[in-house]
Design a protein around this ligand. Structure first.
Ligand SMILES: *[C@@H]1O[C@H](CO)[C@@H](O)[C@H](O)[C@H]1NC(C)=O
Ligand SMILES: *[C@@H]1O[C@H](CO)[C@@H](O)[C@H](O)[C@H]1NC(C)=O
Length: 476
């Protein structure tokens, strides 16, 4: 009787064990994993078999995905699952408890998708992003930072990014008078790269700031129209913004653009060519650094002495390089005017006509003086300070927001940039206050801001916009 009972129990164990072994092998159990010590006796087997019997059998099965539906799995020093989600794991994974298939309802394993790969915590090798697994040494780029998986942990750089979704959200959730946008062309750049590659005007030299400004404040501001924009006054003669891309040469873009508008206006539409910033970048190299920055006074001196060909003649990023070798040269003719002695770099453009302007003059920082100059002679150039939030500007009347992300390092860093002011206006803000603004052209392409233009607070020297205003007479 005793013997019978004994053999019956042994027999049951054996069947149980064989069954579980079968289940295990179906799910690619490796024998050495099964035996933690590597040295196992029959007794140990039986003990483990009993032990293994009591995972989902004791815990109970859970439908769907349930991260709490686990049992400690001592043999593997891990946790195993009894939820039906575990069976969607890859072959070889031990996500499911050994008795899952026998105890819980029969399910055929499904091929895993990247989202549902789940590895028990103690067996993780590599790193995770959300639900996705990355192997050791994997590199993961997160905006301007990159992370590397080292010893199952992400090691990340901690640069401040030029586009920060949190800053965009704060601006757009607030009532600051302007809206921000997530620009894909700035995504992935850090703040320093933004400052170093999208601006490029040297601070105005002392000589320029010492220049006595033209002040003719005879006309009161009220005598000017409420709204004025150069392209209404001179349709077809005002040149739209170009895109400097990652070439820090706003010094060349703003100068060429102001000169081109003024030539069109003063020639009464006889010459409406846009002028070539590339000509300045490549040829005005004395104390000028092309795509690494330059001075606007240097640019105007070059325009006076040597002049510029049209943008069509000497196109931007000619040869696809931010190169510096000059592909244009000129000599004085009998009347003391410059004549090109080289064909256009763009061989489809026949006219290598050279345009020249007079020396620049400075306009006072008074609203009325700047307005008078624009209305009578055309757009003016201004050097402004750029703060990080300016890069994100999409629409409205810009002013730097001082109150946001106060703790972020470098938050109020600024760098000079030059732009073209083309007009002004007035609007009532949300509180009914009269808001005066300038309308200006940037050089970040048409997709930035309001078709490449922006409005900025007028009359309060916002970002130094009224501090250094320059113009030139370009007679032809
Ligand atoms: C079990 O895992 C824990 C944590 O992962 C570890 O600290 C421990 O050394 C492991 N034990 C064995 C026997 O492998
Ligand atoms: C911003 O734009 C980038 C690239 O264009 C994109 O990958 C990212 O998800 C966007 N972020 C937000 C918050 O919209």
């Amino acid at each position: 009787m005793w013997l019978n009972t004994h053999s019956l129990i042994s027999c049951c164990f054996a069947i149980l064990f064989c069954m579980e072994e079968l289940v295990a092998s179906q799910n690619v159990f490796r024998l050495k994993d099964y035996s933690a010590s590597g040295d196992y006796s029959r007794k140990g087997k039986v003990k483990r078999a009993l032990h293994r019997r009591s995972y989902c059998g004791l815990r109970g099965c859970c439908p769907g995905r349930d991260d709490g539906c686990t049992v400690p799995y001592f043999a593997r020093n891990a946790t195993c699952y009894c939820d039906s989600f575990c069976s969607s794991d890859p072959v070889g994974s031990i996500d499911c408890c050994p008795d899952f298939w026998t105890v819980c309802h029969q399910q055929s394993p499904q091929p895993p998708t990247p989202e549902n790969i789940r590895t028990p915590p103690s067996l993780q090798v590599g790193c995770f992003t959300d639900e996705q697994h990355h192997g050791e040494g994997a590199i993961f780029k997160d905006n301007c930072n990159s992370c590397k998986c080292v010893n199952s942990h992400w090691k990340c750089s901690s640069e401040i990014c030029l586009v920060r979704p949190s800053l965009i959200k704060q601006i757009n959730d607030g009532n600051y008078g302007w809206k921000a946008h997530n620009y894909s062309q700035f995504w992935g750049m850090n703040l320093k790269e933004g400052y170093n590659s999208r601006l490029g005007t040297f601070p105005p030299p002392a000589a320029l700031l010492d220049m006595k400004p033209v002040t003719e404040n005879i006309i009161a501001e009220d005598d000017f129209p409420e709204f004025f924009v150069a392209w209404h006054e001179w349709p077809g003669w005002i040149h739209d913004p170009l895109d400097q891309r990652n070439c820090a040469a706003s010094w060349a873009f703003s100068t060429a653009s102001v000169a081109a508008d003024r030539i069109a206006i003063h020639s009464k539409g006889r010459f409406t060519d846009n002028l070539s910033p590339q000509h300045l970048i490549s040829c005005d190299t004395r104390n000028q650094y092309g795509c690494k920055g330059g001075s606007i006074t240097g640019a105007w001196s070059y325009l006076k002495k040597y002049g510029l060909v049209s943008h069509a003649c000497y196109p931007l990023f000619w040869n696809n390089l931010h190169q510096t070798s000059c592909e244009m040269s000129s000599v004085f003719d009998a009347e003391g005017k410059r004549q090109a002695i080289q064909p256009c770099p763009n061989r489809w453009e026949p006219s290598n006509h050279i345009y020249q302007c007079g020396l620049p003059y400075r306009i006072s920082s008074q609203d009325a003086d700047i307005m008078k100059e624009i209305k009578e002679n055309g757009p003016v150039q201004a050097v402004m300070q750029v703060y990080d939030d300016f890069f994100l500007y999409k629409s409205g009347i810009y002013k730097h927001i001082w109150s946001l992300e106060g703790k972020t390092q470098n938050r109020h860093q600024k760098k000079p940039h030059s732009i073209k002011i083309v007009g002004w206006g007035t609007l009532r803000d949300a509180e009914g206050q009269r808001q005066k603004f300038w309308i200006a052209a940037n050089s970040w392409g048409n997709s930035w801001g309001e078709n490449g233009y922006f409005r900025i607070l007028r009359g309060q020297n916002e970002c130094d916009i009224e501090k250094t205003v320059i113009a030139s007479k370009c007679y032809l």
